[in-house]
Each structure stands twice: as structure tokens, then as C-alpha cells.
Design a protein around this ligand. Structure first.
Ligand code: NDP
Length: 252
């Protein structure tokens, strides 16, 4: 294990950990010594690849499949994980989807599906861990937002609303639980090379790239580094914060 073991003994749940940014976060947290519980819904075979990589690197992980949009499934899975593994110290709310369409053509289903995973999913999982974290008097809640939550974006009114919403949620939770050793923060990525952005037309990607001062799209590992810091003891005085990791695309 290469990055030290500063989070040894901690249990971390990473939603949407099977691929993309979530995958990199699982690998980073495992390298920091956490026992990682990898969540996803459909991609359990893909998640096996993440498990193999973590195990091959000497880390510890298990699969924890459930749909974050389903409140009962989320609380049942998380409560049984807390019982089975003896607690939960870190929650990374990473699962997210897009259903891009101009507002004039957006259907209520496009709105509700994005909000139910990206925002209600964050509520469902945070609600399920909070009592255990309060009892432990230690916890880290890190939610993956987006630069789009701050800037807005054509065709993403649903997605932008969900990501702006989780910032308000996080700032409120941060105030509620700060006195119990629990921090709540958002990491807001810019444009990162994953399956989500692979779908974008080449012309749009070139346009986006021209607006990024660092001159490249982000890598999942860029986001995982920020999450690793916020999960650590070193970040115990950072709470209610939105950490933008976007190569300078947007400066808050
Ligand atoms: P991917 O599409 O590559 O991966 C999404 C992950 O979420 C998968 O593991 C998927 O697993 C999981 N997921 C989707 N729906 C659910 C659900 N209902 N319950 C549990 N898990 C679910 O996305 P990215 O890695 O690109 O994005 C990760 C996060 O980062 C998202 O919140 C996204 O909004 C955010 N983000 C991404 C950016 C980018 O440029 N890529 C930019 C800004 C923010 P499965 O489908 O198997 O269930």
C-alpha cells in the first residue's frame, strides 16, 4: 500500500463505486487504509474489477449493492453493513446520472429521475449513516457535486438543480453535526474523463477544453485526491465547504 494508512480501521461507503470517479475514490480510500464498501446497482460485474484491484493492492473491500433512490433499500443495506462491519465512518455520495435535454422538451420523468438519484439519494444515504456517526463522534460525509451546480449548463436544468441542492443540504448538515466530530463537504468536479462525459459530442468536448485553463480534462484520480484529503484527520477543521476541482474552468 503506497499512500500510508492514515485511515486504517475506518469503514467507508462509496455510492456508485463501480466505475468512473467512484472507482478512483474506492481505490484511493483503500490505499489510505479504509475498508471500502462499494455500492452500485447494475454494474456488479464491473465492480468486481475494482474489488480485484483493491485486493491485489493489499486492501480490504466488499460489495454493497442497492439503489440510492430507494429509501428503504438504502437504509436496509446501510444498517446491515453497520451491524456486519461494526460501524461506518466515511460516506461518499458519488452515485449520479444525467438526463440532458432542453427545458422546453424536458419531461417530468427526466426531472424526477435525476433528482431522485442525485439529491434524494444523498438524503437517503446520509440519513442512514448519521445516527451511527453521531454515536461514534466521528464521521466524514463527502458528496460529489458538479461545477454545473454553480455555473448552470444548457440542457442540464435537472442535473444543475440536483447538484446545487446538495450544496445547501451539505451546509445544513455540516452545521447540525459539527460539534460531534462529523464534517460534511462537497467536492465539485469540472469535466472529468469518465463514461458520463464520453457520451458528449467531440465538438462540445473541444469547446469545453478551450475553457479549461489547465488545458486538459480532469482525471477521476484528481477528484479522488480531494476526497482522500477531506476524509482524513488533516481536514477535521474543514466543514460546510464546496471544494471545486475543475482545472480553473470556474473560480468561486
Ligand atoms: P459514471 O456514469 O461513470 O458512474 C456512475 C456511477 O453511479 C456508477 O457506478 C453507477 O453504477 C452508479 N449509479 C447510478 N445510479 C445509481 C443508483 N440509483 N444507485 C446506486 N448507484 C448508482 O459517472 P461519473 O463517474 O462520471 O460521475 C460520478 C459522480 O461525479 C456523479 O455524481 C456525477 O454527477 C459527478 N460528476 C461527474 C463529472 C464528470 O465530468 N464525469 C463532472 C461533475 C460531476 P450502476 O450504473 O452500475 O448502478
Amino acid at each position: 500500500m503506497s499512500s500510508g494508512q492514515e485511515l486504517k480501521g475506518k469503514i467507508a461507503i462509496v455510492t456508485g463505486g463501480s466505475r468512473g470517479i467512484g472507482r478512483a475514490i474506492c481505490i484511493k480510500l483503500a490505499r489510505l487504509g479504509t475498508h471500502v464498501l462499494i455500492n452500485c446497482v447494475k454494474g456488479q460485474a464491473v465492480a468486481q474489477g475494482v474489488m480485484d484491484e483493491i485486493s491485489g493492492d493489499g486492501g480490504v473491500c466488499n460489495l454493497l449493492p442497492f439503489d440510492v433512490a430507494d429509501p428503504e433499500a438504502s437504509s436496509n443495506a446501510i444498517e446491515s453493513a453497520i451491524r456486519d462491519y461494526g460501524g461506518v465512518h466515511i460516506l461518499v455520495n458519488n452515485a449520479g446520472i444525467t438526463r440532458d435535454v432542453l427545458l422546453a422538451r424536458m419531461k417530468i420523468e427526466d426531472w424526477e429521475r435525476v433528482l431522485s438519484i442525485n439529491l434524494t439519494g444523498v438524503f437517503n444515504c446520509t440519513h442512514a449513516v448519521i445516527k451511527a456517526m453521531l454515536r461514534q463522534r466521528w464521521g466524514r460525509i463527502i458528496s460529489i457535486g458538479s461545477v454545473v451546480g454553480a455555473m448552470g449548463n444548457i440542457g442540464q436544468a435537472n442535473y444543475a438543480a440536483s447538484k446545487a441542492g446538495l450544496e445547501g443540504f451539505t451546509k445544513s448538515v455540516a452545521r447540525e453535526v459539527a460539534s460531534r466530530g462529523i464534517t460534511a463537504n462537497v467536492v465539485a468536479p469540472g469535466f472529468i474523463e469518465t463514461g458520463m462525459t464520453a457520451r458528449l459530442p467531440e465538438k462540445l468536448k473541444r469547446q469545453l477544453l478551450s475553457q479549461i485553463p489547465v488545458g486538459r480534462m480532469g482525471r477521476p484520480e484528481d477528484i479522488a485526491e480531494a476526497v482522500g484529503f477531506l476524509a482524513s484527520e488533516r481536514a477535521s477543521y474543514v466543514t460546510g465547504h464546496v471544494l471545486h476541482v475543475n482545472g480553473g474552468l470556474f473560480c468561486d
